[in-house]
Each structure stands twice: as C-alpha cells, then as structure tokens.
Design a binder for this molecule. Structure first.
Ligand SMILES: Cc1cc2nc3c(=O)[nH]c(=O)nc-3n(C[C@H](O)[C@H](O)[C@H](O)COP(=O)(O)O)c2cc1C
Length: 372
C-alpha cells in the first residue's frame, strides 16, 4: 500500500470515529500479518480416489441458500461499509458476486444507522447486485444496547434489501479495543424482540473466535436460522487491534490485543461443534483460503464456505485498476478448486460431500483437540 493510499484511507477531516476505525481495519488487514499462526484445516486431508466415474464438467456445485439458488457454496464475508472507500470495495464485491451468482455480505451497518450520509456505501450493494442473496450485518453491541430500537434492525434490512441478516458476535474484539462495548446482558431479550417482529432469516456470526457447542445449541433454540462459524485460523481481530496501537500502558504491562491474538475455537472444530447440535445452515468462515478448504468444511458438515481476507485482497487490487476482474477471477478459482476436489473424490455434487466422514482424515492438533 502506498503512502498516498494510506493517507487517503485515514483522512483526518473524517468526523466519525467508527468510520475511521472501520477504514483502519481494512488498512491493517491488508498491510500487516494479522492472521492466526495455526490453521487447523492443514491438519485435515481429503481421501483421494484415483479413478473418477464422473466427468469433471458434469459436477454440480449449485445449492439453495434460504430462498435463492446460487452457483456454488461461496460467500463473500462481511468486510466493510460506512466510508467512501468502503463504498468502492462493496461495489466491486457485489458486482463480482452478482456476475458469478454467489452470496454477498456487507460489513456492520451501524455506521449507516447512525449517519445517513454513509448509507450509500451499503445501498450500493443491492443497486449493483439485484438478484443474489445479500446478508446484512449488525453487531451484538448494538443489539444488546439498553436503547436498542427494533426498527433499527428493519432499517438494516431495507438498506440493502437483505435476504438474510447476520448478528455478529465480536466480543473479543470489543474487549481488547479501546472503548469497546462489553455489556451483553440484554442480548437475548432484545434478540427475542427482533425474532418476534421480523420473519427474515437471522444468522449468528462470529468474527474469528468460533462457537462452542453449548452456545450453538442455545442460539439455535433462541430462534437463530443459521451460523457463520467465524472460527480461529484466519484473520485475527485481536491482532488487527494490536496494530492500532491503542494500548494504554499506564494501566497494564502488556497489550491484551497482542496477548489474545491466537484466542479462539479453530474453524473446523467449531463446524463440528455446531453441526452436532443444529441442522440449520452453516457458513464456514475463518481461515478458508482455497476451494479445498470449502470442500473440507462441507465434509465436516458446513453448507457454504465464507471468505473475507481473499476478497479484501482481490477487491483492493480491483479498486486500483478500476475493474472487478481480480475478484471475479478469485471466485472462478475457488469454484474450479472445489470442483477439482469433488472430481478427485469421485463425487458429482456437493450434497454427497456434506457431512461425509468417509472422505477425510484428521491429524495432528486437530485430532488431539477432538479426542482429548
Ligand atoms: C477488514 C475486515 C473487516 C471486517 N468487518 C466485519 C464486520 O463489519 N462484520 C462482521 O460480521 N465481520 C467482519 N469481519 C470478519 C469477517 O467477516 C470474517 O469473519 C473474518 O475475517 C474471518 O475470515 P477470514 O479468515 O477469511 O478473513 C471483518 C474482517 C476483516 C478482515
């Protein structure tokens, strides 16, 4: 990233703190290594089948995601919104998602609720992607707030004409950042109110620390319609926060954001935990980097693979070149890799791969975690 770009992304004349923070997240995720050091997908192997009985081109990757048919189980995960740069990124991502008919998510819509001048950075997604499933996004901090208004949830739905809403559970991130929200006692009460008021499917979404089994069961019973695993193994929000250098060394000897950068339940483990207790849609996010990781996620019981880091990188390149071709190419690459996996496993559609214990082995730390 050039110095000019850096300055452009953190313009000082920008009045909104949230807006600055969101743009700093983008900059840091692109510029620094903020990935978890251990990715548990590497401890999983799919079992090769040397004589396929099917033709490569006949393999069917399509699936139903709530009410819509998509071309492959791929989701552009929540990344951004609430800034002119975010608008450009969202436009690129949404256009590419529409062209390839996959799922598109927007980042937290809090900025759009609090400042109407920022609405267009979210609205652009539906404008350029009229047909695909779009997932809206709001945080546990907003939903748990004492003055939470259920109509704000409706405003998020309307902002992008969302097919599905995600409530992101980013408690570690809030904990380690300066001035984060850390009171969630009203979450269940306010969620019930939302659930009783609106019919739209609602997903519980983690952002890099994953779900344990008990909470997944609890949220399933509470009325959530799906899960976005957001497990550990990919982008670490604590690591991002540690690079923002907000640590107050007057109070503590160590920066909690640095200490907790590896915290979390690994994505593949969390997929297994959630699938054990819920039959609802699971998006596997957190450290997926190729179509092989989608195949592994499906074999463990997920329905869709979600990617933030890959698409942040491709959209950033596209923004510079004024194109969407890098993002479209990334989607095509993921599809080709997933299709290749199915062919090498001798399976002609993704349903046959789902929850299929015969198609993989688990090694190393992944195995030890599961069998402790
Ligand atoms: C720069 C950046 C901003 C993000 N903003 C949001 C957000 O607003 N809401 C949300 O639910 N998740 C957000 N995420 C989390 C991602 O959706 C995803 O769960 C996480 O990055 C793990 O996926 P990855 O390893 O592919 O990056 C963000 C991720 C990044 C990298």
């Amino acid at each position: 990233m050039t110095e000019i770009e850096r300055k452009e992304m953190s313009k000082e004349n920008n009045p909104k703190e949230i807006m600055d923070r969101k743009i700093e997240h983008l900059r840091i995720a692109l510029e620094y290594d903020v990935q978890h050091s251990k990715n548990y997908f590497r401890d999983m192997k799919l079992i090769h089948h040397p004589v396929p009985d099917i033709d490569f081109d006949e393999i069917d990757l399509t699936m139903k995601f709530y009410d819509k048919i998509i071309s492959a189980p791929i989701c552009i995960s929540a990344i951004t919104g609430g800034h002119p740069v975010s608008k450009e990124i969202n436009e690129i991502l949404a256009k590419a998602a529409e062209e390839e008919n996959i799922i598109m998510s927007v980042g937290s819509q809090r900025a759009g609720i609090e400042d109407s001048t920022l609405l267009d950075s979210f609205e652009i997604t539906r404008k350029v992607a009229p047909t695909i499933p779009i997932i809206g996004n709001i945080g546990i901090g907003q939903v748990s707030s004492e003055d939470f208004k259920v109509e704000n949830f409706k405003r998020c739905i309307e902002m992008v004409n969302a097919d599905v809403m995600a409530i992101h559970l980013n408690i570690l991130h809030e904990l380690v950042q300066d001035k984060g929200d850390i009171s969630y006692k009203l979450f269940r009460r306010n969620f019930k109110n939302i659930r009783e008021t609106y019919d739209i499917p609602i997903i519980a979404k983690e952002v890099g620390t994953g779900f344990n089994q008990d909470l997944a069961l609890n949220l399933d019973k509470l009325g959530f319609d799906g899960f976005d695993i957001g497990g550990a193994g990919g982008t670490s929000f604590a690591a991002i926060e540690s690079k923002r250098k907000n640590f107050n060394n007057q109070k503590f000897t160590r920066d909690p954001a640095e200490t907790f950068r590896e915290w979390g339940i690994p994505t593949p483990i969390s997929i297994i935990y959630v699938r054990k207790v819920s039959q609802k849609i699971i998006i596997a996010t957190g450290g997926l980097r190729t179509g092989i990781d989608i195949a592994k996620s499906l074999a463990l019981g997920a329905d869709v693979g979600g990617f933030a880091y890959n698409f942040l990188q491709s959209a950033w390149k596209d923004r510079k070149a004024n194109t969407i071709s890098n993002t479209v190419k990334e989607i095509k690459t993921l599809k080709n890799e997933l299709r290749s996996c199915l062919w090498l496993l001798n399976l002609d559609n993704i349903t046959k791969l789902k929850n299929n214990n015969d198609k993989f082995v688990i090694l190393g730390e992944f195995y030890r975690w599961l069998n402790q």
